[in-house]
Ligand binder design. Structure first.
Ligand SMILES: NC(=O)c1ccc[n+]([C@@H]2O[C@H](COP(=O)([O-])OP(=O)(O)OC[C@H]3O[C@@H](n4cnc5c(N)ncnc54)[C@H](OP(=O)(O)O)[C@@H]3O)[C@@H](O)[C@H]2O)c1
Length: 306
């Protein structure tokens, strides 16, 4: 038996139950991960609370919970290649990541080796947020000399986007609430308050203008960038659905280049990128972890440990 977070009806954190369930085993082409850490993302509680969001991912109740995991391979099925028992790994297992044992099909699900020197907690934060941040910047062709406006810069995706943009040679202006400004400065961004009048505040802070933007929270930043004269092709969104306003580019983790995980882990190992972990909760506290994350004022990532 192993533990798994399960929900039988859609709803808020109160529907999440930690249950003893039969251990799954690796079938042909599959590996089993003994999970030690699971990074949370807004999509996790969005899927668990909204049937229409779940349907978009093909998820029905009863369901497991979570999408990002890290741990150690403890079973390898026939024909599964590239992974061996004892390998440290991180990756994606949509709708089942927060469990002691998760079966993953490496040919279908994302699964990478965790480099030595990177903890499971940090590795478990990388798949959705790291790939999304990289895709958001790639979509706008960020280059040295750019001044990029990043909306929602202190969240799980934002902490990667800010640092990857700095590493790409851009100056970064990031939106947050005033209490978060020092956190953003530490990451290398010039902070600016979100909310009405954003375009005017950007003009005052950057008289030379911004050359690109990425919106990680709704459409406010994308609209401000359009008002500031940034070309739609140099504005991306990850949280505004497939048809954002003004012809700006909608993107997400699925669009990330295949070498992004290695780029990010190399940057972490080189001391050029840090992953702020806002809080780590033991799995028994899953409801507290989800409540914190769903509040939308987290700085960095929330992790659940098993
Ligand atoms: N398309 C994809 O593949 C994909 C993948 C990952 C995420 N996403 C989406 O991207 C969005 C960001 O994800 P995330 O993990 O970064 O979320 P998150 O960690 O929950 O974001 C929290 C951050 O949002 C900021 N924030 C709160 N209200 C805001 C507002 N009105 N305007 C701007 N920022 C605000 C907060 O700053 P303060 O604390 O300072 O208020 C906080 O730092 C989510 O909507 C998520 O669903 C999409």
């Amino acid at each position: 038996m192993g533990r798994a977070v399960i929900y039988e009806t859609f709803g808020g954190p109160e529907v999440l139950e930690l249950r003893e369930v039969p251990e799954p085993h690796a079938g042909p082409g599959e590996v089993r991960v003994r999970v030690t850490a699971a990074g949370l993302n807004p999509m996790d509680w969005s899927i668990a609370s909204r049937p229409e969001a779940a349907a978009r991912f093909g998820i029905t109740v009863p369901s497991g919970f979570g999408s990002d995991l890290a741990g150690v391979i403890d079973e390898v099925g026939d024909g599964a290649t590239g992974f061996a028992v004892g390998d440290r790994v991180y990756g994606g297992a949509l709708g089942r990541a927060v469990a002691d044992f998760v079966v993953v099909k490496p040919a279908v699900d994302a699964l990478w080796h965790t480099p030595e020197g990177i903890s499971d907690e940090v590795a478990s934060t990388l798949p959705v947020a790291g790939l999304t941040a990289a895709a958001a910047l790639a979509a706008i062709g960020l280059r040295p000399g750019d001044t990029v406006l990043i909306g929602g810069a202190a969240g799980g995706v934002g902490v990667f986007a800010v640092q990857l943009a700095r590493l790409a040679g851009a100056t970064v202006i990031g939106t947050a609430s005033p209490g978060t400004f020092e956190f953003l400065r530490q990451l290398g961004a010039e902070p600016l308050a979100y909310g009405p009048g954003l375009a005017n505040r950007v003009r005052a802070l950057a008289p030379g203008g911004v050359t690109a933007a990425t919106d990680l929270f709704g459409t406010e930043t994308a609209e401000a960038a359009l008002a500031l004269g940034v070309a739609p092709a140099r504005i991306s969104t990850v949280a505004a659905g497939p048809n954002p306003p003004g012809g700006v580019r909608a993107t997400g983790a699925i669009d990330a280049a295949t070498d992004v995980p290695e780029q990010i882990t190399d940057a972490i190992l080189a001391g050029k990128l840090t992953v702020p972990i806002a809080a780590a909760f033991p799995v028994e506290k899953i409801r507290d972890a989800v409540t914190l994350q769903a509040g939308r004022h987290v700085h960095g990532k929330v992790v659940v440990t098993l």
